[in-house]
Design a protein around this ligand. Structure first.
Ligand SMILES: O=C(NCCCCCn1ccnc1)c1cc(-c2ccc(F)cc2)cc(O)c1O
Ligand SMILES: [Mg+2]
Length: 208
C-alpha cells in the first residue's frame, strides 16, 4: 500500500542527511518539505525564532506537545546541554514511530524522551512519572484546541512558546495569554512553514 507522508519524510532524511549530524537532518527535512512535499513541521523560518527563544531561556527541562516527525524536537535538543531533558508528547503512534527514527538519525536520543499518549492525560502525571514538577520551557505544537486547556494544566511552567497562533490558529489560547495578568505575552510574526501565508509564534512568560 502507499507510503505515508511521514514515511517519505524519514526516507528523505535517511537518504540526504548524515547520521549523527542534527543540522543535516533539519536541512534535509526543510528541503524535502519545500521542494518535494509540504509537511507540518515548524519549518526553517519559525524554527529560527524557536532556536532564539530556546537559547535565551537556556532550559534544563523542556516539554514539547506534538512531536509529529521530530523536526522541532531535533532543533530544540541540539541547543540543550548534555544533562538537559526534553520530554515530547505524541498522540499519534504512526507519527511517534517515525519521530523516534528521525531523532535517532540526528543522534539526539540521549536528551529526548518521547511519550505516546494524550497531553490531557499525561500532563497531570508529569510530576510522579518523570519527577518534573515544572518545565522551564513548553513548546505547544499539538491540537490547536488543546493549547488553552493544557496551558491551564501547566500553570507552573515559566515560558510557553506556541506555534500556529494565526494559522491554523488558536484564538481562545491567544486571547487568554494576552489578557491574563499571569502572563507577559509577545508575538513573533512569521509565516506558515514553507509558505507565504502569515503565521507566528506566541511567547508567554508565566509571572507566577
Ligand atoms: O495540526 C497541526 N499540528 C498538530 C498535529 C496533530 C497533533 C497530535 N497530537 C500530538 C500530541 N497531542 C496531539 C498543525 C497544522 C498545520 C496546518 C496549517 C495549514 C494547513 F492548511 C494544514 C495544516 C500547521 C502546523 O504547524 C501544525 O502544527
Ligand atoms: Mg505547528
Amino acid at each position: 500500500t502507499r507510503s505515508t507522508r511521514p514515511q517519505r519524510l524519514l526516507a528523505a532524511v535517511q537518504k540526504n542527511a548524515t547520521r549523527g549530524d542534527p543540522r543535516s537532518v533539519v536541512k534535509a527535512i526543510d528541503e524535502f518539505c519545500r521542494y518535494t512535499e509540504w509537511a507540518m513541521n515548524v519549518g526553517d523560518e519559525k524554527g529560527c525564532i524557536l532556536d532564539s527563544v530556546v537559547s535565551e531561556v537556556n532550559p534544563a527541562t523542556v516539554l514539547e506537545l506534538g512531536t509529529y516527525c521530530g523536526y522541532s524536537t531535533v532543533r530544540i535538543a541540539t541547543l540543550l546541554p548534555p544533562d538537559a531533558k526534553l520530554i515530547t508528547l505524541e498522540f499519534n503512534p504512526d507519527f511517534a514511530v517515525i519521530a523516534r527514527q528521525v531523532i535517532a538519525w540526528a543522534g539526539q536520543e540521549e536528551k529526548v524522551h518521547l511519550v505516546e499518549g494524550s497531553s490531557g492525560d499525561l500532563i497531570p502525571k508529569m510530576k510522579e512519572q518523570f519527577g518534573v514538577k515544572s518545565f522551564d520551557l513548553v513548546f505547544l505544537d499539538h491540537w490547536k484546541d488543546r493549547y488553552l486547556p493544557d496551558a491551564k494544566l501547566m500553570e507552573a511552567g515559566s515560558v510557553l512558546l506556541a506555534d500556529n497562533v494565526i494559522c491554523p490558529g488558536s484564538p481562545d489560547y491567544l486571547d487568554y495569554v494576552r489578557n491574563s495578568p499571569k502572563y507577559r505575552s509577545q508575538y513573533f510574526k512569521s509565516h506558515l512553514e514553507y509558505t507565504k501565508v502569515e503565521d507566528g509564534l506566541e511567547k508567554s512568560v508565566f509571572l507566577g
